[in-house]
Design a protein around this ligand. Structure first.
Ligand SMILES: C[S@@+](CC[C@H](N)C(=O)[O-])C[C@H]1O[C@@H](n2cnc3c(N)ncnc32)[C@H](O)[C@@H]1O
Length: 308
């Protein structure tokens, strides 16, 4: 019997007596799929489809992210660190803000993402963006940055406080630290009268959490900043709404990237149905209920690093 919350893997089945019919040894491993970090893989994966999804998502989130960074004090001529760069969209957005006299260094652990991000930076004609391949927990110390930023990255880190502490050590006193992280609670609250939307939101949250990510990292940012020795941050929340196909596709796209986790965790997709037709069914449900559809809420937090 498999204990609740555990996943069974058979590593080896071999006959003890040299024959296949008797005394068989089965080496069975029970991994706790809900709490054991050693079994977690990155929730969204690094497939080509996920890369394309990140690019589409970045185009939608760009105005929200740009507002946050500008308000946080990111400006012309600055040298900025971008944590968890993905396809490089945040790094390129920051490059526009800092201008040609500034510089952006992106940190990303996945080599295929870096490769794609580098090509996109080149195609955009930007000469002041570079990427370092490393885990966020092993940031290379070099000359100080004027600011450090990140979008949708702290939620995936096993020890976000430790990472925020090392990020802050790389920023000069007086420099800005700004992060944008998710909250799914507003999504779920807004669609509580729409069963399909609700099922999608719940499925996404369970998949993220089952893969070890924190779906409610946004509201935890003040606690994180303070535990990392930073001042209490200024906070804001922004959320895109819409039920045109481009908007509803955000939810179906995301579930598509989470599919391997959904299958690994054996989460039921019964209430969600066929992913291929999901965007259209979400659109129709919003129209029928006389309302619109949510997107994940983005919570922004920023502070200025105090003088030592
Ligand atoms: C959801 S994507 C966000 C990408 C980008 N910040 C954006 O908003 O478009 C998160 C990215 O963080 C990267 N990542 C996840 N865990 C990481 C870690 N421990 N260190 C460095 N990068 C990591 C993933 O490979 C992925 O590219």
């Amino acid at each position: 019997m498999v204990p609740e919350g555990f996943q069974q893997s058979v590593l080896e089945t071999k006959p003890l007596n040299g024959r296949n019919d008797e005394l068989t040894l089965r080496v069975v491993v029970f991994a706790n799929v809900t709490t054991d970090p050693s079994t977690f893989s990155y929730a969204l994966g690094n497939t080509d489809a996920e890369h394309e999804r990140l690019i589409r998502q970045a185009a939608r989130f760009a105005p929200l992210t740009e507002r946050l960074f500008r308000d946080a004090g990111v400006g012309p001529g600055q040298r900025v660190l971008d944590l968890g760069s993905g396809m490089g969209d945040v790094a390129m957005l920051v490059a526009q803000i800092v201008g040609p006299s500034g510089e952006v260094v992106g940190v990303e652990r996945d080599p295929s993402s870096i490769e794609r991000a580098q090509i996109r930076v080149m195609e955009a004609g930007l000469h002041n963006v570079s990427f370092v391949r490393c885990d966020a927990s092993e940031l290379p110390g070099e000359r100080p940055f004027d600011a450090a930023v990140g979008r949708l990255i702290l939620q995936f880190l096993p020890d976000p406080v430790a990472v925020l502490r090392s990020v802050s050590q790389l920023v000069r006193p007086g420099g800005a630290i700004a992060f944008q992280e998710p909250s799914w609670k507003p999504y779920l609250a807004l669609c509580s009268q729409m069963p399909l939307w609700s099922a999608c939101g719940s499925l996404a949250v369970h998949a993220f959490e089952g893969a070890g990510a924190n779906a409610e990292m946004g509201p935890e940012l003040p606690r994180l900043f303070e535990m990392a020795g930073l001042p209490s941050p200024v906070m804001r929340m922004e959320m895109l709404l819409g039920h045109d196909l481009e908007s509803t596709r955000w939810t179906s796209d995301l579930l598509g990237s989470l599919k391997p986790q959904i299958e690994r965790l054996r989460l039921s997709v019964e209430k969600v149905g066929d992913f291929e037709t999901l965007a259209e069914r979400l659109r129709l449900e919003a129209i029928a209920s006389g309302t619109t559809g949510p997107c994940v809420a983005l919570l922004g937090a920023w502070c200025v690093k105090p003088a030592a």
